[in-house]
Design a protein around this ligand. Structure first.
Ligand code: PMV
Length: 354
């Protein structure tokens, strides 16, 4: 029977960096200029669900994102597909009469259907979850026999930050030394159970799509910023060691100080770029000032903030009580749909999947 379809579905949450990746040393392979560390979010709140299918009836590789067809012709998709196809193995399902040999994968085409359970245009890292999920589901479909770290090196070529979404809990992306990128992989530092009282609240400051893509922003920064080299060579290596220690010891004050400082330095490096990149807006700045004041008043950090390539605040509380207090205060000082342009809150615990 020729008309079979073989499908696999997977779900992958997004991740938020607490020590940021910003700057590539190789744009094609997506090799970073420094290590980074992230926390993987709860799949109930911000995740991608992807179904992939293969059938002898398919004539092209095709993909639909949130119901709309998107092109797979971009170099990054092509790199991921090529890497996966070259590692595919035999697949056999006697009941359904499916038999695909390693060689068949070179000619067979795939269809990909992907949904984000959050608005793609909300400026919330959607490419991390999306590319990680695409690579993970295709690897399952093609019976690729490689561990999560090896798969992370493939997801990395789709979107740098995606490599960290292959694991839950706290994850480190090791920049690596090799020119071919074989050692630029993600490793899990601790699983999702290790520090499970952390609560993450995302304040959606603006749902507009970012003006400067991370790709062009990073390129401009690496070409023009004088601060970025200092950051990558002198600052981040020390922070990575301190952050690993803070996570291991569940030391919230150290964790919060490092997270906030690293977010601020990332945005300082953006400002040091020509032309300068402004990802945060007035509301973002007011949230930072508010959290700083609160932490100072308490004498020890209650909340950490971090901002990616957009104005939305990711706020990390050390437990549920602090999170409830934070949300109460946010709703009071930054009511959604008021004169501030805050539109909503997303609340999630950090977690894992797969
Ligand atoms: O992987 P990209 O191209 O989406 O870049 C991500 C860059 C930041 O989100 C700002 C930092 C990070 O480490 O995730």
């Amino acid at each position: 029977a020729e008309n079979w379809v073989f499908t696999v579905t997977a779900q992958t949450p997004t991740n938020i960096a607490v020590i940021k990746y910003w700057g590539k040393r190789d744009e094609d392979l997506i090799l970073p200029i420094n290590d980074s560390i992230s926390v993987t979010l709860d799949p109930d709140h911000l995740c991608t669900t992807t179904s992939v299918a293969v059938s002898p009836d398919f004539t092209h590789d095709r993909m639909w994102l949130n119901g709309k067809e998107v092109s797979l012709s971009g170099g990054r998709y092509q790199n991921c597909l090529r890497e996966l196809r070259s590692r595919a193995s035999d697949v056999e399902d006697e009941k359904k009469g499916i038999k695909i040999t390693k060689k068949d994968w070179e000619k067979l085409h795939v269809h990909v259907v992907s949904y984000n359970n959050f608005p793609t245009a909300a400026g919330l890292a959607s490419s991390a979850a999306g590319l990680a999920c695409l690579v993970f589901s295709l690897a399952k479909l093609m019976n690729v026999k490689e561990d999560h770290s090896r798969l992370s090196a493939i997801a990395r070529q789709g979107s740098g930050s995606a490599c960290r979404s292959l694991y839950g809990g706290f994850v480190k992306w090791i920049m690596g030394k090799e020119e071919n990128g074989s050692d630029s992989i993600a490793v899990q530092l601790t699983d999702e159970k290790h520090w499970d009282d952390l609560v993450i609240i995302i304040a959606v400051v603006s749902s507009k799509q970012k003006e400067t893509s991370s790709t062009s922003g990073m390129r401009d920064t690496v070409e023009t910023s004088m601060l970025v080299e200092h950051r990558a060579k002198e600052v981040v290596p020390k922070r990575i060691i301190q952050m690993e220690e803070a996570i291991k010891n569940r030391d919230f004050p150290a964790f919060a100080r490092l997270t906030c400082a690293d977010s601020n330095q990332f945005h300082a490096v953006c400002l040091d770029t020509l032309p300068p990149i402004f990802y945060m807006n007035d509301t973002s700045h007011r949230i930072i000032s508010y959290v700083e004041k609160w932490n100072r008043f308490e004498g020890t950090p209650q909340v950490a903030y971090t901002f990616d390539a957009g104005p939305n605040a990711v706020l990390i509380s050390h437990n549920r009580k602090a999170a409830a207090q934070l949300l109460q205060r946010l709703l009071f000082f930054f009511p959604p749909q008021s004169d501030t342009d805050l539109s909503s809150y997303v609340i999630g615990d950090k977690t894992i999947l797969q």
